[in-house]
Structure formats: C-alpha cells, structure tokens
Design a protein around this ligand. Sequence first.
Ligand code: HSE
Length: 303
Amino acid sequence: MNKVTVRVPATSANCGPGFDTLGLAVDLYNEATYEITDTKGFQLEVTGEGAEYLKPFGRNLAFASFLRVWNKVMDGKRIGLKVKMINRIPMSRGLGSSSSAIVAGLYAANCLCDNYYTRDELLNIATEIEGHPDNVAPAIYGGFTISYMENSEAHSLKLIPAKPLQFIAVVPDSKLPTVLARQAIPKTIPHGDAVYNASRASLLVGALASGNYEYLSMALDDKLHQPYRAHLIPGLYDVFAAAKAAGAYNAIISGAGSTVMAYAAPEADGEAIAKAMVATFAQQGEHACYHILHLDTQGVQAI
Ligand code: HSE
C-alpha cells in the first residue's frame, strides 16, 4: 500500500474549566490523502482552509508528523510524498486545526507502516509535537477526553457523554494565535481560583457522565484561562450571555480561541443560539460564521 486517505475531527480543548486537560471531538472534518511517490520531494494540494498559505515543506505539520513515524519505522528510507488535503477546520481559531494536521500525518504514516504504533503510542508522539495533549487526544480517540501527563507520558481517558448535546461553534474572522493566548495566562493563580476550577472541572465530568446536564451552566465556568484571555476576544462575556439567553446551557472559549462554543440540549434552537452569538460579535465590529456540531465518537479514521 502506498496511499491512504485519513479523516480527522475538529476538536475543542479546555471545555471551559479543564485547561490543557479536557477536550472533545466534533463532526467537522479535515481529510488528507497521503501518497508515497517515486519523485523525491514534497507535493501539496489544499482545498479549503489554508489553501492560500500552506506550503509543501518539511516543517509543515502535515509532512513533519508523517515523517516522524515514517523515518522511525522505515529507517529514514528516502521517499517522495504527495499530500492532498480537504480542510474544513478553520485555522488559528481554537478548533484544533494544528492537531488535526499532526494526527493526520502520524496516522497516515502509521497506516502505511502496518500499524506499527498503537493509538496510545500515537498520542504520546502527537503530544510531544503539540506540547499538550488536550486537542490531540480527542482527534485520535473521538468523544470527550480527560488527558493528563505522568512522568512526561501522555494518557487519556475517553468518555462518551450520557446524552447527546449540540455544540454551537461561532468562529470570528479574527484569528488568535495559540502562542499569544498562552502568553496572556499568569504563571500562578490564587488558591481560591484553583479550588473554583477543580470543582467546575469535576462537576463537568460528572454532569456529562451522568446526563445531569442541568449542572452544565455552572460546570462550564472557568477562572484559570478565560478571564485572562477575554480581552483578546472583544465582547466575549456578552457572547456567552447571548448564548445563554437564547437557550444554551453556557458557552466557553474553544481551545485558545477565537471560537466561542455554546453547549446546548439537542432540542434547543441551535440556529437561534448561533445567530444571537453572531449578532453580539457584530456589535463589536467582529464578523463571525457558525457551525452547529455534534460529538464525533470515532476520532481519526482511514477512509
Ligand atoms: N489548552 C490549550 C490552550 C489549547 O488553551 O492554550 C490550545 O492549544
């Protein structure tokens, strides 16, 4: 086999209080076909997000991650590599586009190397590349994931929430580089805020596992990163309030932003929630589009 197509879900990390820990996969997908060619060098064709600036070179995550597995398993055997991407996940908006590129490359190479690595091993390689496990874990496993580091090793527990939810992702035009959003967070926080977050993150996991979604309005609150990032997403708390007023349980910054994601019951009017959030961003002069999404339970797949 010298060619494989993989499909990777978008992800939303942190889920409010679970900074660098919680994440979930949603049904918005990037697809990438990797083909080993006789012609040496890299070729890239991109349709959709990033088509204007993604380039075929070794530091592009889609190539670098593929080669990380290929070079290890195939002992550095020189190859040509052609990648065709269909990108639907917006870039630098907190929906895991870089994780999707990492996971696509690792998984595609692993498929072409007779599944040399397990998914758990791929999680560790992906975490090494990404720096933290909360986006790459749901991209690999699907579902809602609780990830943690132990002695530099990444681990993740996958959970499928007891009942369905709608995830309304409102994506502003303005990008927010993760590095900038991480710089905004202080090195230490008050003990009381740590207690606040421990209680909310625990409550969130409990609410999702038990189906007691009435707790979500409290459980999605956060004092660890969102207050420090709010100035980077003008109108953030008004957008949260608009989502709740329109029927969502609550809303959070998706990953490092700039997307704001509302969590709502399946019977809630997702369109109305999305439009209320978009209108609130518009009051700040920020144009935004939206996606009404559902949980992906499979993670990365070869298709
Ligand atoms: N946990 C990460 C953050 C997710 O919030 O910075 C984005 O990579």
